[in-house]
Design a protein around this ligand. Structure first.
Ligand SMILES: *Cc1c(COP(=O)(O)O)cnc(C)c1O
Length: 463
């Protein structure tokens, strides 16, 4: 019996085949060799692992097509756009907030050349990157001072390190939240060098609990938004005003990790439970932290706003350099914040807010347009279905938004196979599976993405 390993062809001989040589000239020699080597190496590994069977054909159209597909795959960026048809508006795994065109334009403008990142045009001298958005944040939140870092987790960490390292932080047992796996408030407090002093119970914490826990070692009373969970039933938490008074009397800092942090009151639009940053500060909280890419609708960033003396201490803390915001995010953040002031209307101009509050008739009309496009394809199912969309991003759990999905089923592919094919479309489309159909939620798909969703389904239907 011959050793099948010795039957594996040489790369050089494969390169001399006309179809492969054509690929080498169309793409490049190096990429073609890399793809050929990938195929041969995979076969060699399979044979060495005892895998038996006949070797595939190393010539002809099918082989060339496989090599071409490998070359194309190697050229495709790993981090790339997809279409979010999940119905989860701030989808943590799909890049959270979609940016406004103004934010994209500002990033492009700042990134394609030199900028005023740390340059003061008035004096011609060094400036601070923190100056670009501080006034805007103060205007929009009523804060005395503000500073921005890489993300909200960094904002919490920096704030604790700078104010409570080596001392104690008092927090309610009902607010010791875990967000997205790695961010667990008790661990963050421990990492900051502070000692956590838990008070109250899971459902009820009273002012007297905080009061009794404050001693000479206490630096901070930390409140945290329970973002991704909710405790219902018999619950109690002290009013922020009372907590603020207590903190002031005892000379400790009252801090609140808001997670999402909204700049405008969304209650009139049906989203209750999400405290407005300016209200929190008005109630007397000394320092708040919130994300740039949750309900704010901007880039990844952590915004810290509140008392000027604390913000000054954060600005000059050695950890600041390690968590500072980069110029692209800063450009996008400034542009996004400007959408919250005249002449703009954030409900229209911030894509996250627009998606949240888009009237259901418009979502339904988008579903109808897609179904019209799909009609000639002969899919087994392509129909509109009322469903619920969600805010996502660990924000407002349990509050669903009315939405409409296009439910799709293929004649022969299972729902799982159809979903997988959609994930491998030119622009991948991510939906969810329900009752053997793929649901494409139209609240999270924008008008200009619709043709690409249709194109992906057209390609799949064509076989
Ligand atoms: C989301 C969240 C964070 C983390 O924010 P990132 O911007 O993802 O770092 C921290 N705290 C709370 C309460 C959150 O909801």
């Amino acid at each position: 019996m011959t050793n099948p390993l010795s039957d594996l062809p040489q790369i050089q001989s494969l390169l001399s085949q006309p179809l492969i040589a054509a690929l080498a000239s169309r793409y490049s020699h190096a990429e073609t060799v890399e793809a050929l080597r990938g195929v041969i190496d995979a076969l060699r590994k399979a044979l060495l692992n005892g895998h038996e069977g006949t070797l595939p054909e190393f010539e002809g159209q099918a082989f060339a097509a496989e090599i071409e597909a490998r070359i194309e795959a190697a050229r495709t960026p790993s981090l790339r756009p997809v279409i979010n048809a999940t119905g989860i508006i701030i989808h943590t795994n799909l890049g959270r907030a979609r940016l406004a065109p103004q934010a994209l334009a500002q990033m492009q403008a700042v990134a394609s050349g030199a900028s005023t990142l740390e340059y003061n045009l008035e004096t011609g001298k060094r400036g601070s990157r923190h100056d670009h958005v501080e006034a805007l944040i103060c205007e929009l939140t009523g804060a005395e001072a503000a500073v921005v870092v890489n993300n909200c987790a960094a904002a919490v960490m920096l704030s604790l390190v700078a104010t409570a390292s080596g001392r104690t932080v008092v927090a309610s047992r009902g607010e010791l939240v875990e967000i997205g796996g790695a961010f667990r408030l008790p661990d963050v407090i421990a990492q900051s060098g502070a000692v956590l002093r838990e008070v109250g119970t899971t459902n009820k914490t009273r002012l007297s609990d905080y009061e009794g826990a404050i001693d000479a070692e206490t630096a901070v009373l930390l409140k945290s938004h329970t973002s991704n969970f909710r405790i219902v039933g018999f619950t109690a938490a002290p009013d922020r005003r009372d907590l603020a008074r207590l903190a002031q009397e005892r000379g400790v800092i009252l801090m609140e990790d808001l997670g999402s942090g909204v700049l405008i009151d969304l209650a009139p639009f049906g989203l209750v439970d999400e405290p407005v940053v300016s209200d929190i500060l008005k109630a007397g909280v000394d320092l708040v932290m919130f994300s740039g890419d949750k309900l704010l609708g901007g880039p990844q960033a952590g915004i810290i706003a509140g008392r000027a003396d604390i913000v000054a201490a954060l600005r000059s803390h050695p950890l600041m350099r390690a968590v500072r915001i980069d110029k692209l995010s800063l450009a996008a953040l400034e542009a996004t914040l400007r959408l919250y002031r005249p002449p703009h209307d954030p409900l229209q101009d911030v894509p996250v807010l627009r998606a949240l509050f888009e009237p259901i008739e418009m979502v339904r009309a988008r579903a109808a347009r897609l179904i019209e496009e799909l009609r000639p394809l002969g899919l087994r199912v392509a129909e509109a279905e009322d469903c619920a969309a969600y805010v996502g991003g660990g924000t407002l759990p349990g509050q669903d938004l009315p939405s409409v999905a296009v439910a799709v089923a293929h004649g022969t592919l299972s729902a799982e196979a159809l979903a997988a094919r959609l994930r491998h479309a030119a622009t991948p489309v991510i939906g969810r599976i329900e009752r053997q159909r793929v649901l494409l939620d139209m609240r999270t798909v924008s008008d200009d993405e619709l043709p690409r969703v249709a194109a992906a389904l057209r390609e799949i239907a064509a076989g």
